[in-house]
Design a protein around this ligand. Structure first.
Ligand SMILES: [Ca+2]
Length: 387
């Protein structure tokens, strides 16, 4: 193309017309409507922020590696990609950018065991749902005594002889951990320094059938450790046995946590001890128990419940009995209150605890301004009060 042909189609402005005035007219007469302005703003927002959408990632392997592009999606890859909101491992587990769901479809009848070589670090909210593994679907729909054996287990060095001493750390708010069996973690099963989590329907510290504590026991493991200002978590429908401390409130700034409907220190049937050393260490403005949904806290060798700080409410629990409340599954001490201003039981009979069967003291109080009602539910209790 020559310059001649290029300019042959060029139409100059008509004489006497001023391009600047045309532009001014366009600007003044073509002002976008309010709707157009909003649309442009939305498009710009989406271009800069990006859409937020969640994906379902399906784990199909019991391996514990991050080998990309091998066609297998491991739990470690799934969490890494969900954390990163993108592929970090070559295309085996596709995440979204929102709160992804991690589901399981590991082939075969199981049991499926994932031996963890390092702690699973969750740094972006996730719904980790072990009840999606075929054979595990009853973990959150069937009461603890009647559940089938879990077919999905995370294994620590107490069972394997090596690997991660802490199974999982929730490093960001807002995750769900459901339907998993944790075995043999000799420091912590779930470390929770963050808030707004739902931890439900897990077997923590026991064998997959909930009948025993697997592996050598060093007394150091925490079932669930709520740390720093970990608040507004719900912990329910779990079996938490065979640990050093079943649930530990660690630090002094946790509020609004609800712990109910768990078996802590017993077997799955709620008939015999699978002891934690201590069932629950609690402090602060938190609830251990809920109306009609207390915990079974029995079989723990030291304290069933140790109340350390101020403002805790302990109610509707069976402490030191079996699931029927009729037979002893002893704790060492039922409830020990060393803090001030806590509530154990209630004048409302519907939310009282049954504290019985202890090998030592039923209720021991060494703090001040604590409300214990009634002071002794069962004749078998021995109550020591030192105000
Ligand atoms: Ca892979």
């Amino acid at each position: 193309m020559t310059l001649g042909t290029l300019f042959s189609n060029f139409t100059p402005l008509a004489a006497g017309r001023d391009i600047s005035s045309r532009l001014r007219r366009a600007v003044t007469t073509k002002r976008p409507s309010r709707t157009q302005q909003i649309l442009v703003s939305l498009i710009l927002l989406l271009m800069t922020a990006g859409p937020t959408w969640a994906a379902t990632i399906t784990v199909d392997s019991t391996a514990d590696n991050q080998i990309g592009g091998d066609g297998a999606c491991t739990l470690r890859e799934a969490i890494a990609n969900a954390n990163a909101n993108g592929q970090t491992t070559g295309g085996d587990c596709f995440p979204g950018s929102g709160t992804d769901r991690i589901e399981f479809n590991i082939p075969g009848a199981g049991p499926h065991e994932i031996a963890l070589t390092a702690t699973l670090e969750i740094t972006d909210p996730v719904i980790l749902d072990g009840t999606t593994q075929p054979g595990n679907s009853g973990a959150c729909t069937i009461p603890i005594p009647d559940r089938p054996d879990y077919v999905l287990s995370l294994l620590g060095p107490g069972v394997t002889g090596s690997g991660a001493s802490t199974a999982m750390r929730l490093g960001v708010d807002g995750s769900t951990i459901r339907g998993l069996n944790f075995q043999g973690f000799n420091f912590s099963n779930l470390t929770v320094p963050t808030s707004n989590h739902l931890i439900e329907c897990n077997f923590i510290g026991t064998s997959a059938d909930g009948s025993s504590r697997p592996g050598p026991f060093d007394g150091g493991a925490w079932g669930i450790a709520l740390q720093t200002a970990s608040s507004n978590n719900t912990i329910r429908d779990n079996l938490i046995s065979g640990n050093g401390i079943g649930i530990r409130f660690q630090g002094s700034n946790q509020v609004g946590n609800q712990v109910y409907n768990n078996f802590i220190g017993t077997n799955r049937a709620g008939t015999a001890a699978v002891p934690n050393t201590n069932g629950v260490w609690i402090h602060g403005d938190n609830d251990l128990g809920a109306a009609n949904q207390g915990n079974l806290i029995s079989g723990n060798t030291a304290n069933g419940v140790l109340v350390l700080g101020t403002g805790s409410r302990v109610f509707t629990n069976l402490i030191g009995t079996d699931l029927t409340g009729s037979f002893a599954v002893p704790n060492g001490t039922g409830v020990s209150v060393t803090g001030d201003g806590n509530f154990v039981g209630s004048s409302n009979a519907n939310v009282r605890n049954v504290i019985s069967g202890s090998t030592g003291i039923g209720v021991e109080i060494s703090g001040s301004n604590n409300s214990v009602q009634p002071p002794c539910d069962q004749p078998a209790d021995r109550v020591a009060v030192d105000l």
